[in-house]
Design a protein around this ligand. Structure first.
Ligand code: GDP
Ligand code: CO
Length: 399
């Protein structure tokens, strides 16, 4: 792969946010021509071996809830062979057991592809047991099972990836229409990590475009509404603290993102669809140097965030409606609003924005504060590992 070097970066305490990087060639080739391979320092070539070395250590987490099976199959097909897929499903079990259908398809697919996988239902007793034994009760609801929600599924899968000894985790939604773009996202994750100088790194994908159909013509929109609003306010929070206006963040709510395991275990999480925006807010809070840190080792080493622009358009299931968009905007903005770092002026603007778009009612004093989950570093992974029956939830034997 050949990628542009980031033109600039913004520092906030120990966090280093790099500007969006563009891909020049998805396949960078093997260099044989010195005259062409040397002088272009603005573009970096990442060899296939480097990408492969990272992918071998990467779990790709696919959160899924009642998506079409064909879409999930396409997503599996786009994941590079070296990566380990973890499918975390919250699909319905009654009256039709969609989870069982997913399971049969995944198992069959991976048999043909000769590929290892792990798959869990978010509401299964086995998964809940991992968190009980590991002493992390925050994720469990009153019924003793892992709570509902996309973030909750993601957090559960991070723990599974940790138990598998993975160094990196990438998230890919199950509702993507194009296997080719899934492949590109994972390659972008690896390309991002290959540049990291610390163990605490994150890679976020910026979509080149999101096609829509307007008047029966394809229109390639640059930014979705949720993305535009989230980025604006994340940048404002950053700018108000540094004193310099910035628009460096273009991936505020990117669902397609990846983290090094070390960073994933240090962060706190928030519930539902606010989770991605909360990554930024939490990094600013924990490693920004303004508030006391719970992880001095991360502060010392520094955190790097890479933003990579994909070349494939992002085409996913888009029939989820306006309420879904509103829920996502409220989730994103509420984690900003409720952050101790959020100045009063920004709180006012956020409230105004939410009311203007009729996302919250005019009489509401503040947006609903999403549930929070403390960092997974307090979990006892040795104890959790003992109760896991891999044979039941993967195509691997227990070890
Ligand atoms: P959007 O693409 O950001 O609009 O959000 P989606 O509704 O497509 O959700 C992103 C991904 O999370 C999709 O693959 C969903 O199937 C999945 N998802 C949504 N809710 C849940 C949940 O409660 N649990 C799990 N495990 N996955 C979920
Ligand atoms: Co989607």
């Amino acid at each position: 792969m050949r990628i542009e070097l980031p033109v600039n970066a913004e520092r906030f305490g120990s966090n280093l946010f790099y500007a969006v990087q563009k891909v020049f060639e998805l396949d960078g080739g093997i260099d044989t021509d010195d005259a062409f391979s040397n002088p272009f320092h603005v573009v970096r070539k990442i060899s296939a071996e480097e990408l492969f070395a990272i992918e071998r250590d990467m779990a790709v987490i696919i959160p899924i809830k009642d998506e079409r099976l064909r879409l999930l199959e396409g997503v599996l097909c786009g994941i590079p062979h070296a990566c380990f897929p973890i499918i975390l499903s919250n699909s319905q079990r009654e009256p039709i057991d969609r989870y069982r259908m997913e399971q049969a398809m995944v198992d069959n697919f991976c048999r043909f592809a000769k590929k290892k996988y792990a798959m869990f239902h978010q509401r299964s007793a086995d998964l809940a047991e991992v968190f009980k034994k590991g002493g992390y009760h925050d994720l469990l609801g009153e019924d003793g099972l892992v709570r509902n929600g996309k973030a909750e599924g993601m957090i559960a899968a991070i723990v599974l990836a940790r138990l598998l000894g993975k160094k990196y985790i990438g998230f890919i939604d199950a509702d993507n229409f194009f296997p080719g773009s899934v492949l590109e996202y994972v390659r972008l994750f690896s390309a991002g990590f290959s540049q990291a100088k610390t163990e605490y790194s994150m890679v976020r994908v910026q979509w080149h475009s999101k096609p829509k159909i307007i008047d029966s013509e394809l229109f390639f929109a640059r930014l979705g509404r949720v993305t535009r609003i989230t980025n604006q306010f994340v940048n404002q929070l950053l700018s108000l603290h540094t004193g310099f206006e910035s628009d460096i963040i273009l991936t505020g709510n990117a669902g397609e993102h990846a983290m090094s395991m070390d960073l994933a275990l240090a962060l706190d999480y928030s519930s539902g669809f606010s989770v991605e925006t909360n990554h930024f807010v939490n990094m600013l809070e924990k490693f920004g140097g303004v508030l006391p840190t719970t992880h001095p080792e991360v502060m010392r080493n520094g955190v790097e965030v890479f933003q990579m622009q994909s070349r494939n358009p992002h085409f996913h299931e888009a029939t989820k409606g306006d309420d879904h968009l509103k829920e996502m905007i409220e989730g994103s903005l509420s984690v900003l609003y409720h952050s101790p770092l959020c100045p009063e002026t920004l709180k006012k603007e956020i409230l105004h924005e939410l009311k203007r778009h009729k996302i919250i009612s005019a009489s509401k004093k503040e947006p609903t504060n999403p549930r929070r989950y403390p960092s997974l570093s307090k979990m006892n992974f040795e104890k959790a590992a003992k109760v896991l029956d891999w044979e039941k939830h993967s195509n691997m034997p227990n070890v």
